[in-house]
Design a protein around this ligand. Structure first.
Ligand code: NDP
Ligand code: MG
Length: 385
C-alpha cells in the first residue's frame, strides 16, 4: 500500500527550526510533500531549498526578491510579505503548516490556517503570547490540532494523559549562559556572551531571551494557553543539563517527565508525524550512566527579573502580554544592534510595561495595533537612553 504523504508548508524554512524541520523531512521522504516554503531575507538559502524540494509556492519578504527569484525559477509561484504568508495559509491542498517564523508575523497566518482547518505545528511562541485565548478558541471551534514544537511543550504534550488528573506542569530551564554569572558580569555582557547558549543553537532573538530567562516566561504563557492551566499551576525549575525537557505532576503524586538528549529534531519530528513515532535523526540512545547527574535549582527571579515580569503579564491578562512581548522584542533588537546594554533589555521592557494600560477582550486587529504602538514607544525610549 502506498503511504499517504502529508502535504505541508514551512513558514520560516530558512531559520533554525525551519532548516532542522527540513533535515527531519529529508529522512522521511515517504511521509511528506513540501507544498510551500517561506523565507525572510535569506535568498541564497531559499534558492537552494527551491532547487532541492521544488515547492509549488514560495513566500519571501519583499517584491524585489520575488522578481529576482522568478527569473531563476520560472515554474515556482512566488508571493511576498505578510499577505504572501496568508496566501500560503489559504492553499487548499496543504494539510499542516509548521509556523517557524520568528516574531509577530506568525500570528495572522496561524489564524488563517486554523480557519482553513489545517493542523498547526507551532514553534512561533509569540502567537500564543499575543493572542493565546483567541487562537486556542478558534482551534477548538475548527477542530484543529495545535502541535507544540517548543521542546518543553512537546515534552508536556507527550506526558499528558488526562488533563483532569494533572496537578501541575513543571517547565525546565537550562538557566541560560548567565546562570552562574555575577551581576557585574551580566552588566558588561557583550553580544557574543549573551549569544553563547550552553545547550541550544537557535535564532538570535530567542537566544538572547534565553539569557535573560524571558524565554522561560514566554513559555509559561505558552503553556498556560496550550494546556489550559492557571499560572499558579505551572512551575519553573532550572535543570542545567537539559535532559528532562519538562514534566507533568499528577494528583496522586506521580510525575511523568520526558527525557532525552537535547535536540530540537525530536520535538519537531513528533509534531510533524504525530500521533506516530518513527525513527529519526537521533539514533543514539540516551546514556543514563554517562548523563549521571541531574541537577535542579529554583530560578533566581532577582537576577532574572524578566521571568517574573512575563509571568506577571500573563497573570494580568488582557493585552499586558502583548505589551511585554513587543517591548521586550524591541529591546532585544536594540541590544543586538549594540544600542543598549544587556541589563537594559529588562529595564526598557519594565518601564514600558509599567506605563501600559491594557485592553480587555481585544480583537486580533486591536492586538496588532497595540503591538505596533508599543514598538514605536519602545524604540523612542531606546533613543533617549
Ligand atoms: P530564526 O531567526 O533562526 O528564523 C526565523 C525565520 O523566520 C527565518 O526563516 C527568517 O527568514 C524568517 N523571518 C524572520 N522575520 C521575517 C519577516 N519579517 N518576514 C518573513 N520571514 C521572516 O528563528 P528560530 O528558528 O530560532 O525561531 C523561530 C520561532 O520558533 C520563534 O518564534 C522562536 O521563539 C521559536 N522557537 C525556536 C526554537 C529553536 O530552537 N530555534 C525553540 C523553540 C521555539 P530569513 O532568515 O530568511 O530572514
Ligand atoms: Mg523552549
Amino acid at each position: 500500500m502506498v503511504e499517504h504523504k502529508k502535504n505541508i508548508a514551512i513558514l520560516g524554512s530558512t531559520g533554525s527550526i525551519g532548516t532542522q524541520a527540513l533535515e527531519v523531512i529529508d529522512l522521511l521522504p515517504n511521509k511528506f510533500n513540501i507544498i510551500a516554503l517561506s523565507a525572510g531575507n535569506n535568498i541564497k538559502l531559499i534558492s537552494e531549498q527551491i532547487k532541492k524540494y521544488s515547492p509549488k509556492v514560495v513566500c519571501v519578504k519583499d517584491l524585489e526578491a520575488t522578481n529576482e527569484l522568478k527569473k531563476a525559477f520560472p515554474n515556482t509561484q512566488f508571493v511576498y510579505g505578510d499577505e504572501g504568508l496568508l496566501e500560503i495559509a489559504n492553499i487548499k491542498e496543504i494539510e499542516m503548516i509548521l509556523v517557524a517564523v520568528s516574531g509577530k508575523i506568525g500570528l495572522k497566518p496561524t489564524i488563517q490556517a486554523i480557519k482553513n482547518k489545517k493542523d498547526i505545528a507551532l514553534a512561533n511562541k509569540e502567537t500564543l503570547v499575543m493572542a493565546g485565548d483567541i487562537v486556542m478558541k478558534l482551534a477548538k471551534e475548527n477542530n484543529v490540532q495545535i502541535l507544540p514544537v517548543d521542546s518543553e511543550h512537546s515534552a508536556i504534550f507527550q506526558c499528558m494523559n488526562n488533563r483532569n488528573e494533572v496537578k501541575h506542569l513543571v517547565i525546565t530551564s537550562s538557566g541560560g549562559p548567565f546562570r552562574n554569572a555575577t551581576k557585574e558580569e551580566m552588566e558588561n555582557a557583550n553580544l557574543d556572551e549573551a549569544l553563547a547558549h550552553p545547550r541550544w543553537k537557535m535564532g538570535k532573538k530567542i537566544t538572547v531571551d534565553s539569557a535573560t530567562l524571558m524565554n522561560k516566561g514566554l513559555e509559561v504563557i505558552e503553556a498556560h494557553h496550550l494546556f489550559n492551566f492557571d499560572y499558579d499551576e505551572i512551575k519553573v525549575i532550572v535543570h542545567p543539563q537539559s535532559y528532562i525537557h519538562s514534566a507533568v505532576e499528577y494528583k496522586d503524586g506521580s510525575i511523568i517527565a520526558q527525557i532525552g538528549n537535547p535536540s530540537m529534531h525530536i520535538p519537531i519530528q513528533y509534531a510533524l508525524t504525530y500521533p506516530e513515532r518513527t525513527e529519526g535523526i537521533e539514533t543514539e540512545s540516551f546514556d543514563f550512566i554517562k548523563a549521571a547527574k541531574f541537577e535542579f535549582y529554583e530560578p533566581d527571579m532577582i537576577k532574572f527579573p524578566s521571568l517574573a515580569l512575563a509571568i506577571e503579564a500573563g497573570k494580568k491578562g488582557g493585552t499586558y502580554p502583548v505589551c511585554m512581548n513587543a517591548a521586550n522584542e524591541e529591546a532585544v533588537f536594540a541590544f543586538l544592534e549594540k544600542k543598549i546594554k544587556f541589563l537594559q533589555i529588562y529595564e526598557v521592557t519594565k518601564k514600558i510595561f509599567d506605563e501600559y494600560i491594557s485592553i480587555e477582550n481585544a480583537t486580533i486587529e486591536q492586538i496588532l495595533e497595540e503591538d505596533e504602538k508599543i514598538r514605536i514607544k519602545t524604540r523612542e525610549l531606546v533613543r533617549t537612553l
